[in-house]
Design a protein around this ligand. Structure first.
Ligand SMILES: Nc1ncnc2c1ncn2[C@@H]1O[C@H](COP(=O)(O)OP(=O)(O)OP(=O)(O)O)[C@@H](O)[C@H]1O
Length: 236
């Protein structure tokens, strides 16, 4: 069922940071959610995951409203927030075991192993989270997000701080997850969008300025890469 956003708006004081946006993210696709700094990406993601309420408009995640049914939404969504807040004093495996416990997983040990393998953190699992490199902290954040095998993944800059090798691995993982799940991914890396996203939504100053397939967007603007399209649409 994916994610449906209709006329979603967030106002802080006198500033409309998300202005009447509508789009749909479908299962089996990765939607790149792009925009300059301060465009409203993280705010939108926080509304979709039920972390903050919208001012008006609505969103549904697998048919449930984050505002009215936050628990149903949290069961179905894996969220990697911006800045990836983690418990730095906990050990990786201990933390992920705690996460598996929160989700009341039946096959906890098996799933723990699967997720550790999938995110490539086997060698780091006995370290304290605070002692990990930035890239490995991102992987732990991703492991946290996918633990309960959610239908929808909302990933706020999941590859920030990764070296080129890790970048490739994490991108491949997201691409693989996107084959069956609904993925909404924010990033400032245009090559990443070209590598893994089918659909592109660009937001600028709270307004949607593009919502198309990557191929259509490039053809429409007669470009072969996304960067000039992004600049054209957001440097206003
Ligand atoms: N709690 C808040 N109170 C007031 N203003 C806020 C709050 N949270 C966000 N904003 C404002 O909303 C706007 C959008 O912020 P948001 O974090 O959603 O942008 P973003 O597109 O994720 O940016 P970036 O790419 O820099 O992460 C900014 O102007 C920000 O200052």
């Amino acid at each position: 069922m994916g994610v449906v956003v209709e006329h979603l708006t967030k106002v802080y004081g006198h500033q409309t940071v998300v202005n009447n946006i509508s789009f749909e993210a479908k299962p089996g696709k990765v939607l790149g959610f792009l925009g300059p700094n301060g465009a409203g990406k993280s705010t939108t993601m926080k509304m979709l995951t039920g972390y903050i309420p919208q001012t008006s408009g609505m969103a549904t995640v697998c048919g449930f409203s984050p505002l009215d049914n936050p628990l149903e939404v949290k069961k179905r969504v894996g969220y990697l927030p911006e800045n990836n807040p983690l418990y730095w004093e906990m050990y990786v495996k201990e933390f992920l075991g705690f996460v598996a416990g929160l989700h009341h997983l039946k096959n906890k040990q098996q799933r723990l192993k699967e997720v550790i393998d999938l995110t490539g953190i086997g060698d780091e699992q006995h370290k304290k989270i605070g002692s990990l490199s930035k890239g490995y902290k991102q992987r732990v954040g991703l492991a946290n997000a996918i633990m309960h095998d959610p239908d929808v993944l909302i990933l706020d800059e999941p590859t920030s701080g990764l070296d080129p090798n890790q970048l490739l691995e994490v991108r491949n993982l997201i691409k693989q997850l996107g084959e069956t799940k609904t993925v909404i991914l924010s990033t400032h890396i245009m090559q990443e969008v070209e590598a893994i996203c089918n659909q592109v939504v660009i937001i600028n100053k709270g307004n949607i300025v593009a919502n198309d397939s990557l191929a259509y967007l490039l053809a429409q603007h007669q470009e072969t890469s996304l960067e000039p399209v992004f600049i054209k649409l957001t440097n206003i």
